[in-house]
Write a protein that binds this ligand. Sequence first.
Ligand SMILES: [Zn+2]
Ligand SMILES: [Zn+2]
Length: 334
Amino acid sequence: MRAMVLEQAGHPLRLTELPQPIPRPGQLLLTVEACGVCRTDLHLCDGELPDPLLPVVPGHEIVARVAALGPDVRGWRLGQRVGVPWLGWTCGQCRFCTSGRENLCDRARFTGYQLNGGYAEYTLADARYCLALPEAPAAEHLAPLLCAGLIGYRALRLAGDPQRLGVYGFGAAAHLITQLARAQGREVFAFTRPGDGASQAFARSLGAHWAGGTDEAPAQPLDAALIFAPAGPLVPIALRHLDKGGCVVCAGIHMSDIPGFPYAWLWGERSIRSVANLTRADGLAFFEAIRQVPLGAEVTVFALEQANEALEQLRRGALQGAAVLRMAPVSQEA
Ligand SMILES: [Zn+2]
Ligand SMILES: [Zn+2]
């Protein structure tokens, strides 16, 4: 099978011919239809995440079909459409796993990081962590939901019940969560890079109540802010825009340093928290929530071998919405 492989951080992915994997007990062999390109993949490739499996096939927004079931796997059928998210395996025994917080498992393994992911024609996944997906929409429109949508959903849930919601960094996650938040009756305030009129117009087209640069202030204080951009200086900026009792939620896996700020900005029971990973329950709840509110993912589609180009465009902020790799149909002889 063809795969794009990260051999060493700081180097481009390499198109590589790998043997088709064989499912072990508990695993599904999956034919990848599409795989989203997430900012986390960029952090992985840039060496900003500790202890990756190397070489590794990145990609954790996988839409696939079951090609074979490993021994003992039940509940899935050949050809069924499956989503593989970031959370790929947990121990099931640590104090986090046994208290409904498997996203914090001490020994968790993540797709496309410590487990080979979806920048490939085939992948393996632990069946217990896969999500059943609907037959529609097209794979490239489903793929961004598996991380940008899901992590965005968890971030929104942990933000409390905000009426006025700020989103900082209007990329893949923000454009999906804006639609969901609007459907829930919230007002969305979208903050983009200063002067990025295209992203601001995009945010307004998705129902944002207000859109402006991160150098601008909203007319009213916000109840919560979600930060999707990996820029630490946004944290005190968002904090300053919060009303009392509000929460800043940092939704990315990596962020530059957060500068110091006066305690008065935090006073009034404001809080800052991160969102780490997801649980399987988040996955089920998210796909249930969007059955009533179908999210329209704006995507730019790339071929598998264009993964480096997709990552580069993501790095430059040149994409509107999400980047997705669409696999060429695989011949059936395999
Ligand atoms: Zn655990
Ligand atoms: Zn991701």
